[in-house]
Design a protein around this ligand. Structure first.
Ligand code: ADP
Ligand code: MG
Length: 590
């Protein structure tokens, strides 16, 4: 029953605090997830850019190696060329020549060359043999008016036939170098494709009459594809190669397509490298790119960020949520525990003060009861006083008039005696009723106690002792009323010690109160009677001796003095010495 009332209070207290905790931790958790994803995405983009740079480095290295290779090959080809005897006949041949760039054709005249004792023009022997050794493309050129023409070659035209008759025009950088007697290295368009090339002049009698050429396809797409296809970036990413028109040279799924839309072309035209977002196949791709100038190609790498960070998002959400939840539970538990403690304490305090209030209420009722009793007593006493006076007076007169041997004398004595007893009861009632009015005055407590003891008949077998522990003996009390208190308590004490004993009155006190203990070594008060002591007419004494009005009167007077009366008593000799102590606590100033 107790708990049912507490739980909702605890919950009500917990609810706003709990709500704030949940909100704060949720915000922190969300923020953590958000920044994790942001950091992850930034890292992904960095990785992507690094990837294209790495591929670009790879290309760079490849092209350097290729050039070196071609240089070596040129030496080999040159060596082979001059190993065979070369004979230049004084005969001219008219051949068809074709500008490999413009496609223009015309006739041209060349000297007839015999190489290894057979016609070089259109021969395959030297070039094929050299190719067996070094690979790549090999050509021998002869000088014509408009440039140098291929006379023996394994370079193929678009139709697959050998490119014999195609020529390099005089205005090409190759020819510009060759006619100066220099070897030319570099990139060159050979028929249709870019090659890493090397050209060495053939000099006869100080005349540059031809060229030995070796070359290797620069963009060996098949080889590049092989490498690039194996490169995976994250889960969804891959590298790809495209040119400035958006044409996809190497792409795992879109090879051969041209992405000419501005959202693709604009970013790559703006800078040589960078990163941008592009929608492809309804997916948001992040693309990093870099321009590889030598090949005039772009290296790209793309990922789908959503796929890449999906797992991370899941992990982050689960992880952060678990941590968040634990934090929430921990904090809630913490707060729940502490609020509970506080509330329990608070409720206990309330219970204590409730009990005090209830006690006070009970005491108030008691005093009201006594006050009412006082008033009733006053009425009864006044009513009884006059008839009793008459009975006492006449019975005394009759007693006086009776002779000593009169047989009625015993009965009349009884009437006188009983009438006196009634008078005692009535005067008790009157005193009880009179207690309402207190007339306080300064009294020396030591003298006062002495006086009270003198007015009580104390049997010889009872020792009295007054012990004073306080320096200030002055107290404000109603002398007459307080005298009743003391004499009543002293009388009761004596009556409790029919076999004799000690009557000790002890005075203690502080600035505010005086505490007076009236103790006896008498028979004590049975426990079941303790709470009836102050009830009017409660007495354990035989009829004629006790009225049961002494302690109610004492109680009333003490209360009127704003004091307090307590009883300690032991009636069980088995539990120790028997006896009773009445403790009066009285304010010094009324
Ligand atoms: P009465 O003395 O006329 O019986 P009181 O009101 O003075 O009436 O006391 C009520 C009862 O309280 C007594 O009958 C007695 O049982 C008990 N009592 C009071 N004082 C003492 C005491 N000092 N020792 C033992 N019992 C006492
Ligand atoms: Mg008494």
């Amino acid at each position: 029953m107790f708990n049912k009332k507490i739980v909702p209070i605890k919950l009500r207290l917990l609810l706003p605090v709990g709500f704030i905790i949940i909100a704060v931790i949720s915000i922190i958790t969300s923020w953590f997830i958000y920044t994790s994803i942001k950091t992850f995405n930034a890292q992904m983009e960095k990785n992507l850019e690094l990837e294209v740079r790495t591929i670009s480095k790879m290309f760079e290295r490849e092209s350097i190696l290729k050039l070196k290779n071609v240089q070596t090959n040129l030496k080999v080809a040159n060596q082979l060329f001059y190993d065979y005897p070369l004979e230049i006949l004084n005969q001219n041949i008219i051949i068809d020549v074709e500008n490999q760039k413009t496609g223009q054709k015309h006739k041209a005249s060349i000297k007839r060359w015999k190489h290894n004792n057979s016609d070089l023009y259109g021969s395959t022997y030297f070039v094929d043999k050299t190719q067996e050794l070094i690979g790549g493309t090999i050509s021998v050129f002869q000088k014509i008016d408009s440039g140098f023409v291929r006379v023996a070659t394994n370079v193929k035209k678009a139709d697959g036939s050998r490119a014999v008759g195609t020529y390099i025009p005089n205005n090409s950088p190759v020819v510009e170098s060759i006619i100066k007697g220099q070897t030319y290295y570099g990139r060159a368009i050979v028929v249709n494709e870019w090659y890493t090339t090397a050209y060495e002049p053939i000099v006869v009698d100080n005349d540059i009459v031809g060229i030995v050429y070796v070359g290797d396809k620069e963009k060996d797409l098949a080889e590049l594809k092989k490498i690039l296809y194996t490169l995976k970036i994250g889960k969804s990413g891959y590298p790809f190669i495209f040119d400035k028109t958006g044409y996809q040279l190497i792409h795992p799924t879109h090879e051969g397509e041209t992405w000419s839309d501005s959202s693709f072309l604009n970013p790559i035209r703006k800078a040589n490298q960078g990163i941008f977002y592009y929608q492809l196949d309804d997916r948001d791709k992040t693309i990093a790119f870099t321009y590889f100038e030598k090949f005039e190609l772009y290296i790209g790498a793309s990922i789908i960020s959503k796929i890449e960070n999906k797992e991370l998002i899941n992990d982050a959400i689960i992880g952060a949520s678990v941590v968040g939840l634990i934090a929430i539970l921990f904090l809630l538990g913490f707060i729940y525990y502490f609020t509970t403690e506080r509330i329990y304490k608070f409720i206990k305090m309330l219970q204590v003060s409730n009990k005090k209030l209830a006690d006070a209420e009970l005491a108030l009722k008691q005093s009201e009861k006594l006050a009412t009793m006082g008033q009733i007593s006053a009425g009864i006493a006044h009513e009884l006083n006059n008839p009793l006076g008459v009975i006492t007076m006449y019975s005394n007169i009759i007693l006086d008039e009776l002779k000593e041997d009169d047989p009625h004398i015993k009965d009349v004595k009884l009437i006188v005696e009983q009438a006196d007893r009634c008078k005692g009861i009535v005067s008790g009632l009157l005193n009880f009723a009179r207690k309402n009015k207190v007339k306080p005055q300064e009294v020396n407590i030591k003298e006062f106690i002495q006086r009270s003891l003198e007015s009580v008949v104390i049997p010889l077998n009872i020792n009295t002792q007054v012990v004073i522990h306080t320096h200030d003996l002055i107290i404000m009390i109603d002398r007459d009323q307080m005298m009743q208190v003391f004499t009543n308590l002293e009388k009761n004490a004596c009556e409790a010690m029919p076999q004799g004993g000690e009557l000790i009155i002890e005075v203690n006190g502080d600035d505010k109160n005086m505490v007076i203990k009236i103790s006896d070594t008498g028979i004590g008060i049975a426990e079941e009677n303790l709470d009836k002591l102050f009830t009017p007419f409660f007495t354990t004494k035989e009829i004629g001796k006790g009225t049961g009005l002494g302690l109610p009167l004492v109680y009333g007077i003490i209360k009127m003095h704003r004091g307090k009366i307590d009883v300690n008593s032991n009636a069980d000799s088995a539990a120790g010495k028997t006896g009773t102590t009445f403790i009066l606590t009285l304010p010094r100033v009324f």
